[in-house]
Design a protein around this ligand. Structure first.
Ligand code: TXA
Ligand code: MG
Length: 315
């Protein structure tokens, strides 16, 4: 086992870098789950057009509990039976988990992988690792280091070679955020195995090739305050408490009742990392309306505009 490169990988993770690493399911593209900017790099590097929520990898049940606000008995039962392994458990999150990791959802997807290198990396990095599959968006998940090199080789800081993945399918995702447990994605752990423990389980959708993430729903990101997406900023209408959400400096900003600047330097990565928090702050500011200025439609800007469009979609 390449012990030196695992130590190097752990250092990179801690310093906000991106590391591809083997898990038993597929190679993951990992970053420190507690550093929002590092997590933003995952989306940019994958070319992922949407902020799909990410799976957070942890070394143990104890570490999962640091991130979970609740861990229902049935979820605990599955974890004790199938962790480490290809099972991802969705539970309510604590505030410590940045919004960008969960795409603004109040829940976090957790998994203890069983690959010895993944476990060693988690222990050495001593932080939870957010990781989607280490491929460009839309292509097949990588199960060898060569797949990762072909797709992402020059875009990431390090690839840890762990040989071919033994499971070769992404983890099964089960949610415990509603009254009844729900399978969100079929994957590396057979549903029959889960049902042998919990009995019949509700299935959210039936395709493993098009997993439905709650974050993809129209209006999912909508604040309670009406949001209007615009191409240029005008002075606010007088007599109304209007908020403004912009990327960087802009005209008339001082005339608004509240303003959120996503990135002073106009850095779309930083803006993406700030977007959901900024929307929440504006929504909590007692405003009648939020004006959001479209950002440049490039890089993470596309995802930001997509979220703003969803946030502005009518009910
Ligand atoms: O096997 C795997 O799960 C691999 C390895 C690297 O662990 N990771 C993976 O990640 O497949 P990704 O990003 O391709 O799939 C993440 C999926 C989302 O599409 C969604 O279905 C579900 O996990 N998910 C993540 N966070 C969620 C949340 N907070 N609520 C509901 N579903 C969530
Ligand atoms: Mg994927």
């Amino acid at each position: 086992m390449p012990r030196m490169s695992i130590e190097r990988a752990a250092q990179l993770i801690r310093s906000g870098g991106l590391v591809a690493f083997p898990t038993e399911t597929v190679y993951g593209l990992g970053a420190d789950a507690l550093q929002a900017r590092a997590v933003a790099r995952i989306f940019e590097t994958k070319g992922r057009p949407h902020f799909n929520p990410l799976i957070v990898h942890v070394a143990s049940m104890d570490e999962a509990e640091v991130l979970a606000a609740a861990f229902p008995p049935q979820a605990r039962l599955l974890a004790s039976r199938f962790w480490p392994g290809p099972l991802t458990i969705v539970v309510p999150k604590r505030d410590i988990v940045p919004d960008i990791v969960t795409a603004g959802l109040p829940n976090v997807a957790l998994r203890v992988p069983s690959h010895p290198i993944a476990l060693e990396l988690l222990r050495l990095a001593a932080t939870p690792i957010a990781a989607p599959s280490a491929n460009r968006f839309g292509s097949v998940s990588p199960t060898t280091v060569e797949h990762v090199r072909q797709e992402l080789g020059d875009r990431i800081d390090l690839i840890v070679d762990g040989g071919p993945c033994t499971t070769g399918l992404e983890s099964t995702v089960i949610s415990f955020t509603d009254e009844q447990p729900t399978i969100l994605r079929f994957g590396g752990l057979a549903v029959e195995e889960i049902e042998s423990i919990l009995g019949p389980i509700h299935r959210f959708e039936t395709s493993s090739t098009r997993p439905v993430a709650p974050g993809m729903l129209e209006r999912h990101y909508a604040p309670r305050t009406p949001l209007l997406l615009v191409d240029r900023v005008a002075p606010p209408a007088t007599g109304h408490r209007t908020g403004l959400l912009v990327l960087g400096e802009c005209d008339y900003a001082e005339q608004y009742a509240a303003i959120e600047v996503l990135s002073r330097s106009g850095d779309l990565r930083e803006a993406a990392a700030n977007l959901f928090s900024a929307l929440r702050r504006l929504d909590a500011a007692g405003l009648e309306k939020i004006i959001a200025l479209r950002v440049p439609d490039e890089g993470l800007g596309r995802a930001i505009n997509d979220r703003l469009r969803r946030a502005s979609a009518p009910e």
